[in-house]
Design a binder for this molecule. Structure first.
Ligand SMILES: C[S@@+](CC[C@H](N)C(=O)[O-])C[C@H]1O[C@@H](n2cnc3c(N)ncnc32)[C@H](O)[C@@H]1O
Length: 388
């Protein structure tokens, strides 16, 4: 992954530029309709999820080597095989059902089902909650090709269910939820939004923050001038699960920090980042719909949202510790019989998942649940306690 400004990005093709122009018209209409300004969180929501045009709901390839970024389940099936150990324990303690939110290409669903089958712990149903019709199609194809005999267990949800029990899983979902951009200034706290420039493009513009956002921003111990994000949508989403989940757990993996590390004085430009074809850049207004826009997760706020909604915080740790506790090295060792070359390639991928310099420490795992009494495998051992 290389980082730069948009002028160093690979040029998109004409079809992609046309799709972005159509999305820009839609966003501009919404800005006009709203009186000349929309919050950044709404801009991000449209840029990622506007039907047929947003980054996740349009035709961009997104995942894997030919896409914009590689996630853990895309990197190696060992990620899913290792998660299966934790999933099996939770299903046995609650109900044999999994709901995966934001299933991407469907790689995690396919490999997790196969791994649970080999553990004799298949869920009766595997439901996928996906905002993007394009991704749903891709998930169907992945399941048909990688786990055809299990594909009939998979259903897609249009919206959150009324009630559920079992495991609710989300890998890199919270970071893809819209965030508010907040500017703390000597004059007060402002919400950053988007308006049209004289030339008809988009520019960022601040307005005094109000309501729930102002209350959340005022509670943070930051000193002006400071710019960062507040993920109210992710908090609301977790709180909804607190209402829905009868017995079981929410297992969320993502990159981020506890609050005391998130809002450090030196992180005064926030964590917002964009990805386009394995380049990262920092301009969310660049050709909307063609880049992923993400922000790191404030895990303290996620834990609080769950706790306030009646869920127990069952565990929180770094991804490396979680995967080691769930047996990733044992899963890797099983590949030794596949030949040296395959084993070494898999070992390199596992290294990426657990190395502190790569995904091992920046990525965290949090489990929030109800009615789960047994300590969870993934959080059973830790050389260091990761505190919220
Ligand atoms: C970065 S991708 C991760 C995909 C996949 N989990 C993986 O690890 O490869 C983010 C995913 O989250 C989904 N997403 C974002 N907000 C969501 C929500 N509120 N409900 C369900 N899915 C959501 C997106 O549509 C997309 O599939």
């Amino acid at each position: 992954m290389t980082k730069g400004n948009p002028s160093s990005l690979p040029l998109p093709d004409a079809a992609a530029v046309r799709a972005s122009a159509a999305l820009c018209r839609l966003i501009a209409d919404e800005i006009d309709g709203a009186g000349g300004w929309i919050p950044f969180s709404r801009f991000m929501e449209l840029a990622l999820y506007a039907p047929g045009l947003g980054y996740y709901s349009g035709g961009a390839h997104k995942f894997g080597p030919g896409g914009d970024f590689v996630t853990a389940p895309e990197l190696t099936p060992l990620f899913a095989r290792t998660l299966a150990a934790q999933a099996a324990q939770l299903l046995a303690e609650s109900s044999p059902e999994i709901i995966e939110a934001g299933a991407g290409s469907g790689a995690l669903a396919a490999e997790l089902l196969l791994a649970l089958e080999s553990r004799d712990a298949l869920p009766e149903r595997y439901r996928i909650l996906e905002l993007s019709g394009e991704l749903r199609q891709r998930q169907e194809e992945t399941l048909r090709s990688r786990a055809p005999h299990l594909a009939s267990r998979v259903e897609w949800l249009e919206r959150l269910p009324q009630r559920c029990s079992g495991l609710v899983l989300g890998n890199e979902v919270l970071d893809a939820m819209p965030v508010a951009l907040v500017a703390w200034q000597a004059e007060g706290i402002f919400e950053r939004g988007v308006r049209l420039s004289e030339a008809g493009g988009f520019i960022l513009a601040d307005r005094p923050a109000k309501g729930a956002l102002l209350a959340a921003a005022a509670r943070l111990p930051v000193r002006a001038p400071y710019l960062s994000e507040i993920g109210l949508a992710a908090r609301a989403w977790v709180a909804e699960w607190g209402r829905i989940l009868e017995r079981g757990a929410l297992l969320l993996l993502d990159y981020g920090f506890p609050r005391h590390e998130y809002y450090l004085p030196e992180r005064d430009c926030g964590t917002l980042m964009c990805h386009h074809r394995h380049h990262s850049h920092d301009d969310p207004l660049w050709l909307p719909g063609l880049s992923d826009i993400t922000a790191h997760v404030d895990f303290t706020s996620i834990a609080e949202a769950g706790f306030d909604a009646g869920l127990d915080v069952l565990g929180y740790t770094g991804q490396a510790q979680f995967l080691l506790n769930c047996g990733i090295t044992e899963a890797l060792a099983q590949l030794q019989s596949d030949g040296e070359r395959a084993y070494l390639a898999a070992a390199k991928d596992v290294g990426k998942l657990i190395s502190p310099a790569e995904m091992g420490e920046l990525f965290k795992v949090i489990a929030l649940g109800r009615g789960i009494e047994t300590p969870l495998l993934g959080f059973s051992r830790g050389d260091r306690v990761v505190t919220l």
